[in-house]
Design a protein around this ligand. Structure first.
Ligand code: LLP
Length: 429
């Protein structure tokens, strides 16, 4: 018997009393591969991508998956095979996408601190565009390209000074942020870039923040970007593509971000109205492609009732799931056993779900009603984005294993770290 899927996560549902990702039981996977275990739905990733593809149908658009959200090779392969380009922020990410089979000409390189070595490697690989973030970077990239006898394709990342109305740590398009070139400096910067022999201007770019759940910041940023394109082109510098970045939010806790196709229907209407409908478009979505496709399965180690707080101590921790500790982020947590899910929601013990790491900041969920005991397994939902890619070995904990589910089949896409993995490269005195 199949129960309705988890809200916002159509590929995750209870079937025969157990939580499943597509056609695979999470309990079965946890028994086979151990916990903590990340499990991703391929269908969910492709469905999220399809919403953007629908939104852009009939347009000249390129979707560049912002791989920092989840940079595991198996995940990158899914997007490479679906025809995506990639937004990268380091030579490490470049090496990963090339390994995963990406077409280098569809790779764009963002980030405020590219090193000369990274610039050289990206030029060597033949990437599609450098998203340049400062006037100093322009001169360095020009020098690197000239020294290699190459011309670097660039777009300038503009800081449009628009409030994305999200957590301050993940706002990027406000004046006080380190990202992009100030709106007022943009034209002069383009004029300077156009005079340099090692650079070829191909576009303009912005990215205003992450986990954005309203459409207004996007509409405002688009207006400001189009104003700039008009003034840059009036100065005789053609802008071939406009990159609107990523940032679209997902449903973590009843959040209601616009659907990608609905948002783009509105943005395209504006673009058309302003006469830019035929321009090549680029976007850099990360979270919205993978966030709700993944869960982290963890096992309850101990229940620890207390006078002020009850604790449910699990085997996943802040090294696996850093978002709550870093941003006070909310992830829904549900038992794999549907009966316990039902019992917990009506008659659960309110507890903090915490990991074994020796920090009070090591919590995964606060004040959650749960009817579980040691040995029961829980799924931390919406864990496909910015979890594994931000995980660490803190407390010398191994990085978790990862599974990609495809219908009834599953693929182990990352083996759990061994201690040899963790100590590789270290040397005794
Ligand atoms: N493009 C650029 C230049 C970015 O900096 C980012 C994200 C993206 C695209 C993709 O944004 P998305 O579509 O995923 O929102 N660790 C934080 C999120 C940091 C986002 C950093 N930049 C979190 O866990 O919430």
């Amino acid at each position: 018997m199949t129960s309705p899927s988890i809200p916002g996560q159509p590929h995750i549902h209870y079937a025969d009393g157990q939580l499943q990702v597509e056609g695979c039981s999470l309990d079965g996977l946890a028994t086979e591969f151990g916990t903590p275990l990340f499990v991703y739905s391929k269908a969910s990733m492709l469905a999220a991508l399809a919403a953007y593809q629908r939104g852009f149908s009939g347009r000249n658009a390129q979707i560049c998956y912002a791989m920092k959200a989840n940079s595991s090779l198996g995940v990158l392969q899914v997007f490479a095979q679906a025809g995506c380009g990639f937004d990268i922020v380091s030579a490490g990410e470049l090496a990963r996408v090339i390994t995963a089979g990406a077409d280098a000409s569809k790779v764009i390189f963002s980030g405020v601190g590219k090193t000369r070595t990274e610039m050289r490697q990206a030029l060597e690989a033949g990437i599609g565009c450098f998203n340049v973030e400062s006037e100093a970077e322009i001169d360095v990239l020009n020098a690197v390209a000239v020294s290699m006898g190459k011309c670097a394709p660039i777009s300038i990342r503009v800081n449009p000074n628009v409030d994305p109305k999200t957590h301050p740590y993940i706002s990027t398009g406000l004046k006080g942020n380190k990202f992009g070139i100030a709106h007022e400096r943009t034209l002069a910067t383009y004029q300077h870039a156009a005079s340099l022999p090692g650079l070829q201007i191909v576009g303009i770019d912005c990215h205003i923040g992450s986990q954005i759940t309203e459409e207004t910041p996007y509409l405002d940023a688009m207006d400001r970007m189009l104003d700039l394109v008009e003034s840059i082109e009036a100065a005789g510098i053609p802008i071939h593509h406009i990159d609107f970045g990523g940032g679209l939010g997902i449903d973590y806790q009843g959040d209601t971000p616009p659907a990608a196709d609905a948002l783009w229907a509105k943005l395209l209407t504006k673009l058309d109205a302003r006469g830019f409908g035929q321009r090549k478009l680029m976007i850099e979505p990360g979270r919205s492609l993978v966030g709700n496709a993944g869960v982290c399965v963890t096992e309850v180690l101990f229940m620890k009732p207390g006078e002020q707080k009850n604790f449910c101590i699990v085997d996943a921790a802040m090294n696996d799931l850093p978002r709550p500790a870093m941003y006070q982020a909310f992830h829904t947590i549900v038992p794999l056993d549907e009966a316990l899910h039902v019992k917990g929601s009506t008659n659960g013990l309110v507890c903090d779900v915490v990991g074994p790491v020796c920090e009070s900041g090591d919590w995964i969920g606060r004040d959650r009603p749960l009817a579980v005991q040691a040995g029961d397994r829980l799924a931390v939902l919406s864990a496909g984005a910015y979890c594994m890619s931000m995980s660490s070995n803190y407390n010398s904990r191994p990085k978790a294993a990862e599974i990609l589910v495809d219908g009834q089949n599953h693929h182990l896409i990352r083996v759990r770290d061994t201690m040899a993995d963790q100590m590789r490269g270290e040397k005794l005195l």
